[in-house]
Design a protein around this ligand. Structure first.
Ligand SMILES: [Cu+2]
Length: 158
C-alpha cells in the first residue's frame, strides 16, 4: 500500500540530489489553472541550472498560474516594464507557492530574485495580444538575464 508513496518520495529525493532524471510528474495545466515549476536544474538537462519550467507559458485571460517551489531557494516576481499596462505586479516569497490570476492580455516577464543575474527568468503570454512586446524588449537586465530574456522574447516572434 505504501510502496507507491515510498517510490514517489525516493524519486523526489533523487530529483533534489541529481538533475539527470526526467521532469517531475505534475499536472502542468488543469483547466484554467497552470503550474510553473521552480527548479534547480532544467528538466532532463543538468547543464541548465535554475529554471522556470516551462519558461514560456501561453494561457487565456482569466487563467491562473501557480508558481510551485519544487526545489528550494527560488521565487517568482514580475519585472517592472515587462507587464502590460493595467496588469498587477507580483512578488512571491522565496520557497513559497504563489498563485497569480492573469486578467489583462499581453506579455509578462518575470524572474527569480536570487537567480535573476544567473538568467532564471520566464515569460507568460496571456491571450494573443503582443502589443507590449516592444516595451518589454527595451528593459535592461544584469548578467545572464539579458541573454535569457532575449532568447525567450525572440521565441514569441515566430
Ligand atoms: Cu531561482
Amino acid at each position: 500500500m505504501h510502496t507507491r508513496r515510498n517510490f514517489i518520495l525516493s524519486m523526489t529525493a533523487l530529483g533534489t540530489a541529481s538533475a539527470a532524471w526526467a521532469c517531475p510528474v505534475v499536472p502542468m495545466s488543469e483547466g484554467s489553472v497552470h503550474s510553473i515549476l521552480m527548479l534547480n536544474a532544467g528538466c532532463g538537462d543538468s547543464n541548465t541550472p535554475n529554471v522556470f519550467e516551462p519558461a514560456i507559458l501561453r494561457i487565456s485571460p482569466g487563467d491562473s498560474v501557480t508558481f510551485v517551489p519544487t526545489d528550494a531557494g527560488h521565487n517568482a516576481a514580475s519585472k517592472r516594464g515587462m507587464i502590460p499596462e493595467g496588469a498587477k505586479a507580483w512578488n512571491g516569497a522565496v520557497d513559497e507557492e504563489l498563485t497569480v490570476e492573469f486578467t489583462v492580455p499581453g506579455v509578462y516577464g518575470y524572474l527569480c530574485l536570487p537567480h535573476y543575474e544567473m538568467g532564471m527568468v520566464g515569460l507568460i503570454v496571456v491571450g494573443d495580444d503582443l502589443s507590449n512586446l516592444p516595451a518589454a524588449k527595451k528593459v535592461r537586465h544584469p548578467g545572464s538575464a539579458r541573454k535569457a530574456f532575449r532568447a525567450l522574447l525572440k521565441e514569441l516572434e515566430v
